[in-house]
Each structure stands twice: as structure tokens, then as C-alpha cells.
Design a protein around this ligand. Structure first.
Ligand code: APR
Ligand code: PHB
Length: 396
């Protein structure tokens, strides 16, 4: 078996692994990233694109903010639509000056990959069968296969940044973990198109036919979503059907303004809320989607990954610089405080905006609740405060 050595072994080169790797590298802490896919495969996944101020700041801190600052679109507000009534959520005004940045996860990932390559830090793509070992000792290691060889990567710590289907969480004994989960009875059908956005801000619409979202990647590329039944098939949604249904669910002025075009990507994503506790096991730490999933309605998935990264990075910095190993055991509790608040907001946004085919009483109650929030400044403020992102938790 061939051997390698590093300080922090990172499993997964999604945004969590790459951002953690970049911050650690800049701080002089050595990392190796193991990724089972190719870079192109990782970049081919279309994900969300709304960055909270905290994540924007973290990307700048990591030295990868230049293209985001040049090409990203700062959004000072968004719209919520309740049965044809458009309500503006003035993020900036309601939060004392905060906003969000529209910049796709694919672009964030591309920038992080380029920075890592420029820095000469090690990433092994097409690394298969990664398996963490001895996490509860002072000498953990990861074994994996690469280019026909079996490798052993010795390290001080392991960061499980390998997403919901990764190996890190699965390698923790089940009896050590508590799982919290809610699966929703619908999915989101997403379309990417090279068309100008229907409105300059994002529009989240609750409609009797189901939820719709108008989002964008740039001034010339749009991303639209429709709530569809969980078992729906993409093949049953040719472009004309998608655009027609989107118009059905938008207020007349927006439907009239909608410019359609051929889709360049179309996929259905299930909606799920999921949290595992604790987010650590010995010297292995779960980061991002490996530990939690939110439904996309609040645009929180990527941002939560960034706040986990920030927490782990700041703890590891104190460990390596000041010998503060006592902080390590606090990682999970610090992350979970913020994770659960984002889980709550994502669940709430999902509950308020989607059509649930349950009893009629619940339908009226959730409609009344959303109307109440939209009519009340306190309600709009609560939505805005959560949407721009709650503050990162202090590590001590
Ligand atoms: N070995 C090596 N790499 C793995 C393994 C494994 N066993 N399992 C998964 N991976 C890789 C995946 O191929 C993927 O590139 O780990 C990476 C995980 O990336 P993401 O799923 O993107 O998760 P994360 O980096 O935590 O990103 C946060 O927030 O907006 C949400 O879901 C969205 O991806 C986004 C996430
Ligand atoms: C997206 O642009 O893909 C997007 C935006 C906001 C969301 C979810 C997805 O809440």
C-alpha cells in the first residue's frame, strides 16, 4: 500500500471541501482532498445560487471573491407572491443594510478549483472507495483507490465534506448518531435557459396549482422551478408544458413579461429536511450536506455549508496555532445551533409556499399565516432577517 501524509484529510471536493481546503491552505495548514468524481462532473451539477453576506465575506477572506464581486448580482430584495398579489421584501431596508449575492454554486466551485490549482494544493480526483479509519485515536487515516493503487492517507483530522450520499457519515456507528428527517411529498422541476430574467429580483410564488420560483444566474441566464409531484418524470415535461405551467402560476403581469426559450438543463430534485447529531466522531468532522439537508425554498443549503466551514476552520486555526484542542469537541454544538435555525426557516418557507394535498383546514391556516406575515412589518422583517442569513455563531 502506498502512503501519503497531511494535516487535514478532506473527503469531497464540493463547495464545502474546496472552501475549507482553501482557508486552511492560506493559513499554512496542509490538506489533501479526495474526490470520487472528475472536476467536470462536479461542475456539471446545477445547484442553487443565492449567497448570504457571511458566505460572500468568507469567499473574499479565502481570496476567491474577485469574479464573484465582478460578475455576481447583489440583490437588495425579493418578491413573495400570494395568489397573484406581489409583495416586495426589502431585504436591505428591513435588515439595516444587509443583502444577498446571486452567484451560482457552479461558479463558486469553479473559482475554488482554480484557486486550489494555482496554490499547488493536492486534490486527487477519481479517488474511489475512500474509507476513514481510527477516527477515535490520535492517528486517523483514510484509505482509498487511485489509478489502480491502494493508498493510505495519514492525517491529524478528517473533514467529511462528501455530501448527503458520502462515506463519512456512513462510517460512524449508527448507534452514535441521531437522525432527524422530513421528506416532502413533492419535488422541484428546474429549468435553466439563456433568457433574460422575468423580473430583476427573485420571485417566490404560492399558487393554488403549486409553488413556482423565478431565479437567475445572470442578466442573460435564468433558472425557474415548479413544484411537481415527487414521482414526476422529466420526460413528461417538454419545454412548452413547463413554460405554460409557469405562466399559469405567475401573476398576469409577470406571465405576460416572461420570455421563454429552449431549456439547457432540466431536472427534478426531491425536497428533504435532514439533520444528523452529533456532526463529529472522534477526529472526524461532518461539514455541509454530509450532516444536513434543507429544502431549497430558503436558499440555505450552500450557505449552511459555508457556516460549518467557517466554524471548523476557526477551530482548527486555534488548534494548530494555540494548541486549543479543547475547542474540537465543541464543533458539533456550535454548528447545530445555526443549522437548526436554518432548518426551521427552510421548513417554514416550504410549508408556507407549497401546495400540500392534506386537509382543507391546514391549507387555509397556512394561507392566513403567510398573509399575516406579508401584511405585518414584523413578519416581513422576520423573513428578511432569516433570508439574508443569521449571524455566524462565535466559537467561544
Ligand atoms: N469519496 C470521495 N468523494 C465523495 C464521496 C466519497 N465516498 N462521496 C461523495 N463525494 C463527493 C461528491 O462527488 C461531491 O463532489 O463529495 C462532494 C460533496 O459535494 P456536495 O454534495 O456539493 O456537498 P457540499 O460540498 O457540502 O455542498 C453544499 O449545499 O446548496 C447545497 O446541495 C447543495 O451541494 C450543495 C451543498
Ligand atoms: C436557484 O437560483 O437555483 C435558487 C434560488 C433560490 C432558491 C432556490 C434555488 O431558494
Amino acid at each position: 500500500m502506498k502512503t501519503l501524509k497531511t494535516q487535514v484529510a478532506i473527503i469531497g471536493a464540493g463547495p464545502s471541501g474546496l472552501l475549507l481546503g482553501q482557508l486552511l491552505h492560506n493559513a499554512g495548514i496542509d490538506t489533501v482532498i479526495l474526490e470520487r468524481q472528475t472536476p467536470d462532473y462536479v461542475l456539471g451539477r446545477i445547484r442553487a445560487g443565492v449567497l448570504e453576506q457571511g458566505m460572500v465575506d468568507l469567499l473574499r477572506q479565502a481570496g476567491v471573491g474577485q469574479r464573484m464581486d465582478a460578475e455576481g448580482l447583489p440583490h437588495d430584495g425579493f418578491e413573495l407572491v400570494l395568489n397573484d398579489r406581489r409583495v416586495h421584501i426589502d431585504l436591505k431596508g428591513l435588515t439595516g443594510g444587509k443583502n444577498v449575492m446571486v452567484y451560482g454554486q457552479t461558479e463558486v466551485t469553479r473559482d475554488l478549483m482554480a484557486a486550489r490549482e494555482a496554490a499547488g494544493a493536492r486534490t486527487l480526483y477519481l479517488a474511489s472507495d475512500a474509507q476513514p479509519h481510527d477516527m477515535q485515536t490520535e492517528h486517523p487515516f483514510v484509505t482509498f483507490e487511485h489509478e489502480g493503487q491502494t493508498w493510505r492517507l495519514d492525517c491529524d483530522y478528517i473533514a467529511g465534506c462528501d455530501g448527503f450520499h458520502g462515506v463519512a457519515r456512513q462510517s460512524i456507528p449508527a448507534e452514535k448518531l441521531k437522525v432527524f428527517e422530513r421528506v416532502y411529498p413533492f419535488g422541484w422541476l428546474g429549468v435553466l435557459a439563456d433568457t433574460p430574467p422575468v423580473h430583476e429580483e427573485l420571485v417566490y410564488a404560492r399558487h393554488d396549482r403549486g409553488f413556482a420560483l423565478c431565479s437567475m444566474r445572470s442578466k442573460t441566464r435564468t433558472r425557474y422551478y415548479l413544484q411537481v409531484p415527487a414521482e414526476e418524470n422529466v420526460a413528461d415535461w417538454p419545454d412548452e408544458r413547463f413554460w405554460g405551467e409557469l405562466k399559469n402560476r405567475l401573476p398576469a403581469d409577470l406571465a405576460d413579461a416572461l420570455i421563454t426559450g429552449p431549456s439547457i438543463e432540466k431536472s427534478i430534485a426531491p425536497l428533504r429536511s435532514f439533520v444528523v447529531e452529533p456532526m463529529q466522531h472522534g477526529r472526524m468532522f461532518l461539514v455541509g450536506d454530509a450532516a444536513h439537508i434543507v429544502p431549497p425554498t430558503g436558499a440555505k443549503g450552500l450557505n449552511l455549508a459555508a457556516s460549518d466551514v467557517s466554524t471548523l476552520f476557526n477551530i482548527l486555526l486555534k488548534v494548530y496555532r494555540d494548541g486549543r484542542v479543547d475547542l474540537l469537541e465543541r464543533y458539533s454544538a456550535i454548528c447545530l445551533r445555526r443549522v437548526w435555525k436554518a432548518e426551521r426557516f427552510s421548513w417554514w418557507m416550504t410549508s408556507m409556499l407549497h401546495r400540500f394535498d392534506d386537509d382543507a383546514f391546514n391549507q387555509r391556516i397556512s394561507e392566513a399565516e403567510l398573509e399575516y406575515f406579508l401584511d405585518s412589518e414584523a413578519g416581513r422583517k422576520t423573513i428578511a432577517e432569516n433570508y439574508v442569513g443569521l449571524p455566524y455563531e462565535a466559537i467561544e
